[in-house]
Ligand binder design. Sequence first.
Ligand SMILES: Nc1ncnc2c1ncn2[C@@H]1O[C@H](COP(=O)(O)OP(=O)(O)OP(=O)(O)O)[C@@H](O)[C@H]1O
Ligand SMILES: [Mg+2]
Length: 277
Amino acid sequence: MDEAIIRLENVSFSYEGAEERAVQGVSFDVKKGEFLSIIGHNGSGKSTLAKLLNGLLLPSEGRVEVAGISTANEEHIWEVRQTVGMVFQNPDNQFVAPTVEDDIAFGMENIGIPPSEMEARILDALHQVHMTQFRTAEPNRLSGGQKQRVAIAGALAIRPRVLVLDEATAMLDPRGRREVLDVVHRMNREQNMTVIQITHYLEETLESDRILVMDGGMLVGEGTPESVYQKVDWLRRLGLDVPFASDLQYRLQQKGFRFSALKLTGEGVLDSLWTSD
Ligand SMILES: Nc1ncnc2c1ncn2[C@@H]1O[C@H](COP(=O)(O)OP(=O)(O)OP(=O)(O)O)[C@@H](O)[C@H]1O
Ligand SMILES: [Mg+2]
């Protein structure tokens, strides 16, 4: 898992007319097969960063490389878009066609997938997200969770090596969120697909390989869930909440309990209480 599939070198971005940079001097690598989460309060630059990852936005300064290709290289922009698929927050804004299968086909047409390959890819993508039976359904009649799974199928049909989810579960209820999350974790595990998820639901980041923390357009921290969520005061200063288990452990620590390492689940915290002296 050591090879980088995406590399950012000192990337900054300003929206036209804006005084402040939305992203400032950000550098990091995303490894092949990694499950990476990006957190940060509203306006910290997460969505801007996401759009820089597949050339929807180009850096004002610095460089973004996808599988060795600069996103600023116009000749290869379709290779970049094919490598990095994106799913955004609001499923309703992501459908253009009258049926689920037409919608997935439309996305493939856009990047020049030959029509002869489309049917197999549609079936495969719908199968991955457990939505095969909805192939001829109207997208706007689906539930929020089903819509997001179709949106993910649309991204998967392009066979991206990296899937970026920008608050793709934000509009869903807990069950819908779980459905979507299960699908991407499975794709990550079984097909070694690299996943980059942006979310405000910190509980959903606990199974990540690594978490990046954004603040004011800058990358202000990174590490494993255990190392990031142990910095409770720091996270709160950044306007972020902390997951249940780290809050619990933090409050127990204030009362004098000592833990050797942060546990990410309530059960884990309890276990270490039993075994500590
Ligand atoms: N299209 C735009 N034009 C001008 N400024 C923008 C635009 N989109 C975002 N911004 C500004 O850029 C900064 C970063 O916004 P961004 O959407 O990347 O944040 P975010 O971390 O995704 O926030 P949220 O958690 O609310 O989704 C903010 O100050 C925002 O106001
Ligand atoms: Mg955003």
